[in-house]
Design a binder for this molecule. Structure first.
Ligand code: ZN
Length: 169
């Protein structure tokens, strides 16, 4: 599973490949497109070659369910799998806040993880210690942001580093 580049990383890999991350990689949740999707989007992480497609059913201002597809490293795919579980049944507003918090956890050293309850998603906090893998962890959440914006009639541009776009909706 670990590529050669990963195995040569001198930092403790247990921080990166926590059990919950490995579990989602081996047994991805909500893999596959949803027939009832109202919004679909995709994104690409050029620095690692990861791809994620999301198909999301939005119902009454909430995320009814998320399906994901794509290919790439274990961090990108596990992050997507964990995201689909965390989003199910969540209001769009709450989904947005959670996405923001996860992205802060991955990118902002001053983010206080104890101030929020991210559940299993806290396992992704170790990815922040591996700068070359941060985009892998972010990818699914950047695609989700496109979906959530579309669901409320907005359009957002991606940040260029991780190209994302709505494909239908
Ligand atoms: Zn990756």
């Amino acid at each position: 599973m670990a590529s050669n580049r990963e195995s040569q990383n001198p930092v403790d890999l247990d921080d990166l490949y926590r059990d919950v991350i490995l579990d989602h990689y081996r047994r991805p949740r909500n893999r596959g497109a949803r027939e009832d999707a109202t919004v679909s989007a995709e994104g690409f992480n050029p620095s690692c070659g990861d791809e994620i497609q999301l198909s999301v059913a939005i119902l009454d201002g909430a995320v009814d369910g998320v399906g994901f597809g794509g290919s790439g490293c274990s961090i990108s795919q596990s992050s997507a799998s964990m995201m689909t579980e965390a989003m199910s049944g969540r209001s769009i507003d709450s989904a947005r806040v959670m996405s923001k918090h996860v992205q802060q956890m991955l990118t902002d050293d001053s983010f206080d993880i104890d101030a929020v309850d991210l559940g299993d998603l806290e396992a992704l906090s170790g990815v922040a210690k591996f700068p070359v893998r941060i985009k892998c962890g972010l990818l699914a959440w950047k695609v989700l942001d496109q979906v959530l914006a579309n669901a409320t009639g907005e359009s957002i541009s991606d940040d260029g580093d991780i190209p994302t776009r709505v494909t239908s909706g």
